[in-house]
Design a protein around this ligand. Structure first.
Ligand code: CTP
Ligand code: CA
Length: 223
């Protein structure tokens, strides 16, 4: 047992992982959301647990199941609920990986009754959700590691670097859109890791489970 334990990179550590989309209510039966499947976040949670860590996985609505017994799953629906859960858990952790595709906006006046169809256009007024990663970045204590993701359609590296600074992240995982096999819904991803000490590491297109290993290796190197 000791032999195997020694090879685990994150034994006795505790991490928060956010995953999946968030749903923002328009009325009791409709929402604003996105196509995030949660696969990358779940793969990360599994790999962290494989490396000996305890994981609190805060996830939006996804159709995935947790495998490892050291992963505690906390289901939420909206960005606001995700923020509440994350703020509560983060102080007890060694760090967080912010993998969720959080809706940037929510309907300002969600209807309590189902909105009836009218033969005219309609407008939904939206208000901004809080930036959960940035909130954690402000709370971050010495020794905690905070990791974020970025998906950009132009000036990828420059925009990702700005995001890393703005949110006080230790490194940021840039999802490449250059490849059809990367991103939402699919089982593969192509990433670059940009670190706060200005390193850029490019990885090949691979399975999200293998991408998770690369990200967890980088995370382990931060301790
Ligand atoms: N994030 C978050 N809370 C939000 C929005 C984003 O925690 N309300 C996190 C994501 O989980 C991700 C990182 O911040 O790790 C970057 O998300 P992204 O949507 O790329 O960045 P934004 O700051 O929302 O910028 P934009 O969507 O305008 O590019
Ligand atoms: Ca966003």
């Amino acid at each position: 047992v000791a032999y195997f334990d020694e090879k685990k990179k994150l034994l006795n550590k505790h991490f928060l992982v956010t995953a999946g989309p968030t749903y923002e209510k328009i009325d009791p039966v409709r929402f604003i959301g996105n196509f995030s499947s949660g696969k990358m976040g779940f793969a990360l949670a599994e790999e962290l647990a494989q490396q000996g860590a305890r994981v609190s996985l805060v996830c939006g609505p996804v159709s995935l199941q947790v495998q490892h017994p050291n992963i505690e799953r906390i289901d939420v629906v909206s960005a606001e609920e995700m923020k509440q859960a994350a703020l509560e858990i983060f102080p007890q952790t060694d760090g967080a990986v912010m993998c969720a595709a959080v809706a940037d906006y929510r309907p300002k006046f969600p209807a309590t009754e189902k909105i009836k169809r009218q033969n005219s256009d309609m407008t939904i007024e939206l208000e901004a959700n809080d930036d959960i990663a940035a909130c954690l970045g402000q709370m971050k204590k010495e020794g905690q590691v905070l990791v974020g993701f970025a998906l950009e359609t132009r000036d990828e590296q420059a925009n990702a670097l700005k995001k890393m600074k703005r949110k006080n992240l230790d490194f940021i995982v840039l999802n490449s859109l250059q490849d059809k096999g990367a991103g939402f819904g699919v089982d593969t991803n192509k990433i670059s890791i940009l670190t706060k000490d200005n390193k850029a590491i490019d990885f090949q297109l691979k399975m999200k489970t293998e991408v998770a290993c690369d990200i967890v290796d980088q995370l382990a190197s931060c301790f």
